[in-house]
Design a protein around this ligand. Structure first.
Ligand SMILES: *[C@@H]1O[C@H](CO)[C@@H](O)[C@H](O)[C@H]1NC(C)=O
Ligand SMILES: *[C@@H]1O[C@H](CO)[C@@H](O)[C@H](O)[C@H]1NC(C)=O
Ligand SMILES: *[C@@H]1O[C@H](CO)[C@@H](O)[C@H](O)[C@H]1NC(C)=O
Length: 284
């Protein structure tokens, strides 16, 4: 496999946090090296193919040029099909990221009509070192346990690689994009390989559920599918999506005696209603 050389570019607009704060939870999620990703992705000029645009670099603009947002600790992740003309049959635009329960370390990310509440967990140093995670509470309400969004090179390369929501270590670099980006979306800011786009693939079987049940699964494309430098080849039967946080204020405290706590849960930038955003009003 190809090795990807990373150069960390510090975003000067971010406050560099003193190390003696590193055990405190940040109140607003920020990622220092978003510009790394933006600059890696925004290099070349357009060469049209049947594929998806890689996000361009963006500098903060006047208020009103981006959708109005709020802040919350809990959020659901809405599937946003970035080119609606390519949506699947049946459509997946504005559905939610959810999970197909299979068993330990195998719960696949899927699309559903409702989705669990996620949250971003990590200290300042976790965030600076790409070790924050996007988590959700699983299990019965009286004895919950955390599950994290995870990714790894999947076996089915024809449809991208698989995304999981499992107990265990969060996927490195998984975070809600920082405040200097135009839109708030789920991003994977570092990892091997680099995740360049999420995709949803229709009519997919998951072995545990047998051959007859079909899912819309959420997969991802890595750097190896980067054909031209600006466009990714989206596999047949799949569509490029962003996962956009919708504020979930009903995010609850954990029961007494839970094995983990909310100390390091971050506020993230989220939207009141993703489906209500008229994206055509925004220039990006
Ligand atoms: C959401 O999808 C619309 C198209 O329906 C697109 O214009 C917009 O840029 C997308 N936003 C994000 C954050 O992906
Ligand atoms: C949240 O982050 C803190 C700080 O790194 C860590 O100690 C804790 O285990 C994390 N919580 C979960 C549920 O992973
Ligand atoms: C899934 O299968 C149905 C029925 O065969 C078909 O109509 C639909 O277009 C397929 N969707 C995708 C995304 O492949």
């Amino acid at each position: 496999m190809q090795t990807i050389q990373l150069t960390i570019i510090t975003d000067q607009t971010d406050t560099i946090l003193p190390s003696n704060l590193s055990d405190k939870p940040p109140r607003i999620a920020t990622m220092h090296s978003y510009l790394l990703l933006a600059s890696l992705l925004g290099l070349a000029s357009a060469a049209p193919t049947s594929s998806t645009d890689i996000p361009r670099q963006w500098t903060p603009q006047e208020p009103g040029s981006i959708p109005r947002h709020s802040g919350a600790r809990g959020f659901r992740l809405r599937v946003n099909v970035t080119d609606p003309s390519l949506d699947l049959t049946p459509p997946v635009h504005n559905l939610f990221l959810s999970t197909a329960h299979i068993g330990p370390a195998q719960n696949r990310a899927i699309v559903s009509y409702s989705g669990p509440i996620f949250y971003q967990n990590g200290s300042y140093s976790d965030i600076a070192n790409y070790r924050a995670g996007i988590l959700t509470d699983a299990g019965p309400p009286e004895s919950p346990f955390p599950e994290a969004i995870q990714y790894q090179q999947g076996s089915d390369d024809t449809k991208g690689s698989e995304l999981f929501i499992n107990a265990g270590t969060p996927g490195a670099g998984t975070a809600i994009s920082k405040l200097t980006m135009p839109y708030s979306t789920l991003q994977i800011l570092e990892g091997a390989p680099i995740v360049k786009s999420f995709i949803v693939c229709g009519n997919t079987t998951i072995p545990y559920y047998g051959e007859s049940r079909k899912f819309e699964v959420v997969n991802w494309l890595g750097a190896t599918r980067d054909s031209t430098g600006t466009h990714l080849r989206v596999p047949e039967g799949c569509v490029a999506v962003n996962l956009v946080p919708e504020c979930a204020y009903e995010f609850v405290d954990l029961p007494e005696g839970a094995a983990y706590d909310r100390t390091f849960v971050n506020d993230v930038r989220c939207y009141e209603s993703v489906a209500a955003i008229d994206w055509s009003k925004y220039a990006y």
